[in-house]
Structure formats: structure tokens, C-alpha cells
Design a protein around this ligand. Structure first.
Ligand code: HAM
Length: 427
């Protein structure tokens, strides 16, 4: 047997319905907020993420599935969607085509991380981005969209964290303040943090090493070092969130592991997930569009891990598994031909119909109907053919009723109205 690659998984029937449920709710929600779908390629040039996600990030340094293709070009499987959506926005001049460029995409991402529950090497994101709006009201609307997604999915134990990481005006002095607050202690930090102190001191707040925590807890907070414009923006974001009535907590450690963030960052965690508890994360990235060769436009967005949303769904989420409306059973060659015709008619009428392919006994066809979960069986034999009828069997009670052949579709529609059977189309 050849098994799936470590860190990747098959989404099988039984679970795929849960994915469809999450994706359907997300798409409908994004559309209500004015977002349109973009489908970007899964492979991109490596430099898109080196420049976009950032050279100092774990993603770019350790986790990319990057390779040289047969034409000698450096490409990579995308580790995240934000740089791809920025590229598409710039490359196709979407600004000229959309009043407010609000884009979403969904699909697989790839990061060479250590797999564990909720963390995979191929995982899937729902990603939302909006370009060119500077006002804090869009930060709040973006957070509201993320919060609404989690609420509409019925996820319990969700907590919203927000922070501001400043901008190129105030970041350098905050980084310097961090380094000076660390002082001699820097030598007692883990190797990663010692490196971060030199390259990107903010990232020290991401450290999970227990021995480092007492030192990190004493460090100053970004929100106390914001320039006036960033401070005003952050307090406006909070006022809008208060107006929406969305509960949040300011987390000084929420700096996020990607280089492009400016000002607002946010995450939604769920207690039901275990160690990998971030359902989604995002923030503002006001310099990224320009860095990637576009006009000087702001951006903000978030991405949610679909695996984690699916894991966090409540037990009683109304997930429908599409059972057949009817199983058509037939005895004898003529009846089998008629069964195939009937099944085709039923399917054309929008009904889910199955049949037996092997010419098995009626008993074993009834067993198959049961296993398939069909509430009704339509039985055809020589008698039924002679009378131009079908015997309809209620699989639960075993009751059987002869129905005229021409009335079969209406009968099934009526009997399975609760199963979501489509009603007759007006002529
Ligand atoms: P991120 O925090 O790296 O942000 O990922 C967002 C979400 O993707 C996480 O909260 C988590 O649910 C999911 N995720 C990340 N890595 C894995 C993994 N290995 N296995 C399973 N799920 C995972 C971004 O990717 C940014 N592009 C978000 C963003 C959009 N910021 C602005 N716009």
C-alpha cells in the first residue's frame, strides 16, 4: 500500500459534508459583506513569499515547499494566500474594476511544519482581503466578519484577541525599547529569540519556550509605544468593536508570525481545539501592496484554517448527508431496463435515485436500499410492467402501495418533502 504523504490527509465521505457545510456558510457570509472570489494558482514564484511573507519568518526560512522547476525557475507551493491575492490585485489592476476591492479565496496551503492535531503540511484556508481602505472602520468590519463566521458556524468557546503592532514610524523605536529592556537577559533566551533580537525583536513575543516566559512577561507593550496616528487608529478600532458589541481582549503578545503586519492584528482562538487553538488570524498590512510592485495601497484581511473550523463545529451542527430519495429495485431483464429509464427520469427531475447494477435478488436489493439510507424503494417486476405501475415501499414500515407509473415522481416528491426533494417546476 502507498500511504498519503506525512502531514497530508484525505477528507472522506462523512467528513467532506462537514467541509462543505463550513465552506457554504463562509461563501454566503463573505458575499453578504461584498467579497468576490478569486482563484489563484497553487504554485507561485518563490520570491513572492520571500518579499511578501518576509525573509525573517519561519514560513520562508524553514517551511516552504520550494523547488526549481524543469525550466530552471524557483517556484513554491503557496504557504499562505495573502501575497497571492495582492499579486492578483496588482497584476490585474483590480482597483480599476471594483469599487472597493474585496476579495476572498479558499484552498490548500503548504507548510513543512511538524504535524500534530490541527496542524498539517497541506492544510486549507478561507482567506479574505480588502485593499485601499485606511479608516479604522474597515478593521472593525473585518474583525466583525471573522467573528460572524465563527458565530454562524456555532463554534463554542471562541475568544477574540486584538493588538496593534504599530507602523514604520513607531516600530523602530519600539524594537529598540525591546532590545534595551532585554539588556543582559537576551543571553538567557532560547536560540530562536537571540536571533530574533537581532532581526525582528517583536517576534520574541511569539516564543513558546517555557524558560523564556518570565523574561518576555517583563517586556514593554507595543500599544504603549505607538505613534499618535497608530494610537488614534487603534482606539477607533476598539470604539467600532464596542459599537458592534463584539467582545475582545487586548493581547500584548499578539504580534503574529508574518512580517507584513502594521497596526491592527487579531486572532480568534477556541478552547475546544487543544494546542493548535488559533481558528483564524489576520491584520492590516499597509506596505505590502507597494512592496510587491503595486500602488501605495493599504490592505487588511484574515485567514481561517478550514481543518480547525471543522474540528470546532458543535456536535449538533445541522450537517446533511445526501441520502438517496429512492432506491429503484427491479426483477427480470425487462424490469431492469425500465428501472434504468425510471432512474434517469427521477434524476432529471432533481431527485437522488439509486439502483442495483448486478441483477441480484429482491432481498439483497432491499438490503442495499437500507444501507444506502433510502427511505423509499420503487419496485418493478413483470406484474408492475403489465399494469404500468410501480410498487412503492416505505423502507421503515414495510408498507407497499401500487402507484401509476406516471405519478411516481410526484409521489416521491411528496413523500420525501422533508428530505429536501425539489418541488415540481411550473411548466
Ligand atoms: P496564519 O496565522 O499563518 O495567517 O494562518 C491563518 C490560519 O490558518 C491559522 O489561524 C490556522 O487556523 C490556519 N493554519 C495555519 N497553519 C496551519 C497548519 N499547518 N495546519 C492547519 N491550519 C493551519 C496567514 O496565513 C495570513 N495570510 C492571514 C492573513 C490574511 N493576514 C492578513 N490577511
Amino acid at each position: 500500500m502507498i500511504a498519503a504523504v506525512r502531514g497530508t490527509r484525505d477528507i472522506l465521505p462523512g467528513e467532506s459534508e462537514r467541509w462543505q457545510y463550513v465552506e457554504d456558510i463562509a461563501r454566503r457570509l463573505f458575499e453578504r459583506y461584498g467579497y468576490a472570489e478569486v482563484r489563484t494558482p497553487i504554485i507561485e514564484r518563490e520570491e513572492l513569499f520571500a518579499k511578501g511573507t518576509g525573509e525573517t519568518t519561519d514560513i520562508v526560512q524553514k517551511e516552504m515547499y520550494a523547488f526549481t522547476d524543469k525550466g530552471g525557475e524557483r517556484v513554491t507551493l503557496r504557504p499562505e494566500a495573502t501575497p497571492s491575492l495582492v499579486r492578483a490585485f496588482v497584476e490585474h489592476h483590480l482597483e480599476q474594476q471594483m469599487a472597493v476591492p474585496k476579495l476572498y479565496c479558499l484552498g490548500p496551503m503548504f507548510r513543512y511544519e511538524r504535524p500534530q492535531k490541527g496542524r498539517y503540511r497541506q492544510f486549507h484556508q478561507l482567506d479574505v482581503e480588502v485593499f485601499g481602505v485606511e479608516d479604522a472602520s474597515i478593521d472593525a468590519e473585518m474583525i466583525d466578519l471573522a467573528w460572524s463566521l465563527v458565530r454562524e458556524l456555532g463554534v463554542r468557546e471562541a475568544e477574540l484577541l486584538i493588538n496593534s503592532v504599530g507602523c514604520p514610524v513607531c516600530r523602530p523605536s519600539f524594537s529598540a525599547a525591546l532590545v534595551s529592556a532585554l539588556g543582559e537577559d537576551v543571553a538567557r533566551l532560547c536560540a530562536d529569540c537571540r536571533r530574533r533580537a537581532g532581526t525582528n525583536p517583536l517576534r520574541i513575543f511569539d516564543c513558546k519556550v517555557p524558560a523564556d516566559q518570565p523574561i518576555i512577561d517583563r517586556l514593554p507593550h507595543a500599544v504603549d509605544h505607538l505613534c499618535e496616528a497608530c494610537a488614534t487608529h487603534f482606539s477607533a478600532v476598539q470604539q467600532h468593536l464596542d459599537a458592534y458589541g463584539i467582545p475582545y481582549r487586548i493581547s500584548h503578545r499578539l504580534v503574529r508570525g508574518l512580517d507584513y503586519y502594521t497596526r491592527t492584528t487579531f486572532e480568534i482562538l477556541s478552547g475546544s481545539l487543544g494546542a493548535q487553538n488559533a481558528l483564524l488570524g489576520g491584520g492590516r498590512y499597509d506596505g505590502l501592496v507597494k512592496v510587491l510592485g503595486g500602488p501605495d495601497r493599504t490592505g487588511i484581511g484574515f485567514a481561517a484554517g478550514i481543518e480547525r473550523l471543522v474540528l470546532a463545529l458543535p456536535e449538533d451542527a445541522p450537517i446533511e448527508v445526501a441520502r438517496p430519495h429512492v432506491f429503484v429495485a427491479a426483477i427480470g431483464d425487462a424490469a431492469r431496463r425500465e428501472a434504468a429509464r425510471l432512474v434517469k427520469e427521477l434524476r432529471s427531475a432533481g431527485l437522488r435515485a439509486q439502483l442495483d447494477y448486478e441483477g441480484r435478488s429482491i432481498r439483497s436489493q432491499m438490503k442495499t436500499a437500507d444501507r444506502a439510507g433510502a427511505p423509499l424503494a420503487a419496485i418493478l417486476g413483470d406484474d408492475e410492467l403489465a399494469k404500468n405501475e410501480v410498487t412503492m415501499r416505505n423502507m421503515a414500515s414495510g408498507d407497499q402501495t401500487p402507484i401509476a407509473r406516471r405519478d411516481v415522481i410526484d409521489y416521491i416528491r411528496l413523500a420525501s418533502a422533508d428530505e429536501g426533494a425539489p418541488m415540481a417546476q411550473p411548466e
